[in-house]
Ligand binder design. Structure first.
Ligand SMILES: NC(=O)c1ccc[n+]([C@@H]2O[C@H](COP(=O)([O-])OP(=O)(O)OC[C@H]3O[C@@H](n4cnc5c(N)ncnc54)[C@H](OP(=O)(O)O)[C@@H]3O)[C@@H](O)[C@H]2O)c1
Length: 309
């Protein structure tokens, strides 16, 4: 049975960031009352949320009473946490991420929340990956699965947005990433995470209890070069990150190994997802909109360090 959103509140974590921002927008446009837990309600991003009808409430993942207060009266919760994968400068350890993710689920149960959607990652799963920021998500998923709380887990593939980060050669007319030229990898536009999560909250009977790997497209390195060249209006050559870099940099090397194993390359059922959530963006679609601006900016930006964490 479809749920009528008008009077129901959904609390969104990370709404000043990528996933939470897309989710808050999509829920609002579907008519839900959206509340956003933010660390600084006076920040530019929090003020912008309020201007779009999303209610910022002050809170912090490190502060349980603030999570409880933000969840009071909420029908639903979108749970996403920062991770160690975002780099040491972010200051979040794998243990922090696990603690935050479990706390959000525990408080949701205690607060009488009726549906929680947790955003994990495609490489998370019962077999540990060996990468802390994926195994942390597996631990949160397992905790959630043990609670008597109606929930849905989404496991997003790599974001299309990371393709336009600096340090991958675009300023030199090349593009380097994890897959081999003939190997496919799945990607999702962040805005589609919002679309999918709003669809899940709209049809809890269909999606409760499910774990959904999500993506909008699968492209090989060679196809990606074609897409990028068309969007940029000049040739861009694709190559995998050099073996020397993957050897020296344990983080990048670990990710490349998971792409080779298949679990980070992604196994989402694209046709089934398109049937449930029509209009998911392909890489080409993304490059005709927001992605084109991001790609052109990355081509201007330069930067020799791979900015993936
Ligand atoms: N990049 C990928 O391809 C990919 C794919 C799958 C999954 N992921 C996962 O996605 C997650 C990050 O999501 P994202 O990219 O949407 O995040 P993001 O854009 O980096 O934003 C992080 C959000 O978390 C908030 N936040 C940080 N610390 C907080 C705290 N102590 N209390 C409350 N809020 C806090 C930030 O709010 P402030 O405004 O206060 O800073 C911001 O809204 C990570 O777990 C990552 O592993 C990434």
């Amino acid at each position: 049975m479809k749920t009528t959103p008008q009077d129901k509140i959904i609390l969104v974590f990370g709404a000043t960031g990528q996933q939470g921002g897309a989710v808050a927008e999509a829920l609002r446009s579907d008519g839900w009352q959206v509340r956003a837990l933010v660390r600084d309600p006076a920040s530019e991003k929090a003020v912008a949320l309020a201007a779009r009808g999303i209610q910022p409430v002050h809170g912090d993942l490190t502060d349980l009473p603030s999570i409880r207060a933000a969840m009071a009266g909420a029908y639903g919760v979108f749970s996403v946490q920062p991770s160690s994968g975002q780099g040491a400068a972010y200051g979040v350890t794998d243990a922090d991420e696990v603690r935050y993710g479990k706390a959000v689920a525990d408080v949701a149960l205690a607060s009488g929340v009726q549906h929680l959607v947790y955003s994990s990652a495609n490489a998370a799963g019962p077999t540990r990956s060996g990468m802390g920021h994926f195994d942390s998500k597996a631990e949160i998923e397992e905790h959630l699965g043990g609670l008597s709380l109606r929930s849905t887990v989404i496991r997003p593939s790599a974001f299309m947005e990371i393709l336009a980060l600096p340090g991958m050669g675009l300023d030199q007319g090349t593009f380097s990433f994890f897959m081999r030229p003939d190997q496919a990898m799945q990607f999702i536009a962040v805005q589609d995470i919002g679309k999918i999560v709003a669809g899940i909250f709209g049809d809890p009977d269909k999606f409760a209890g499910q774990t959904l790997e999500i993506a909008g497209d699968a492209v090989t390195g060679a196809q990606l070069a074609g897409n990028f060249s068309r969007a940029a209006g000049r040739p861009i050559v694709y190559q995998r990150f050099p073996d020397s870099l993957l050897h020296e940099n344990a983080f990048l090397g670990g990710l490349a190994a998971l792409v080779d194993e298949g679990r980070l390359a992604g196994n989402a059922d694209l046709a089934a997802l398109r049937a449930d959530f029509p209009g998911l963006l392909t890489l080409n679609d993304w490059l005709e909109g927001a992605g084109k601006t991001a790609l052109l900016a990355a081509m201007e930006a330069g930067g020799s360090e791979v900015a993936l964490r």
